[in-house]
Design a protein around this ligand. Structure first.
Ligand code: ZN
Length: 185
């Protein structure tokens, strides 16, 4: 368990550290010393933003258990699933596109939900960064992550992609989406 928690935190840290080194280097090449003259507000903001995924990584098993419960409930209730043959007869790119659209759909509607009265207290953490920078995407309350991941797992359970031969490609889509999320912020 401890090993999982530490590896989650390390993965979260590396996920930001590697792009940080790469983009700082590119910024330095393009703009010189100006690219590494950060204001104290920016340094403080990035410090908080990088600490949050480490702490969230330490309680990663809580996220995994919550998401596993959602999946188990879906299975337990015997809710409908897309037949595996449906995906296997289609080209790989169709499955990837379907998963990309599904993630985007979840992101959009869950984000709207998070801006409503009952959920705003959780989502306010994400909007608390007064010095927006590319690490801002990591500033998320643990419950927001659970809500987001649960929406993905509900659709994944219905689409049944995880059981099909297209599962690996969906993981690639998830990684690309995580990277674009950093760039969007
Ligand atoms: Zn928002």
């Amino acid at each position: 368990m401890t090993e999982t928690m530490l590896s989650n935190s390390m993965a979260a840290l590396l996920g930001y550290l590697i792009p940080f080194v790469l983009f700082t280097f590119l910024g330095f090449l393009c703009a010189g010393r100006q690219a590494i003259q950060w204001s104290s507000d920016l340094v403080r903001s990035a410090g908080v933003n990088l600490l949050i995924p480490i702490l969230n990584g330490l309680i990663g098993p809580f996220i995994m258990i919550s998401v596993a419960l959602v999946h188990a409930s879906y299975e337990g209730l015997g809710l409908p699933k897309t037949p595996l043959a449906f995906w296997d007869q289609l080209p790989v790119w169709v499955g990837m596109l379907a998963w990309l659209i599904t993630i985007d759909f979840c992101d959009y509607w869950i984000h709207r939900l998070l801006h409503t009265r009952g959920f705003w207290d959780v989502h306010a953490v994400h909007h608390s960064d007064e010095t927006m920078n590319w690490t801002t995407s990591s500033r998320m309350h643990i419950l927001e992550i659970v809500i987001m991941q649960s929406s993905y797992i509900l659709f994944a359970s219905w689409m049944n992609l995880a059981q099909s031969s297209r599962c690996g490609f969906c993981t690639i889509i998830g990684s690309i989406r995580a990277t674009t999320s950093i760039l969007v912020h």
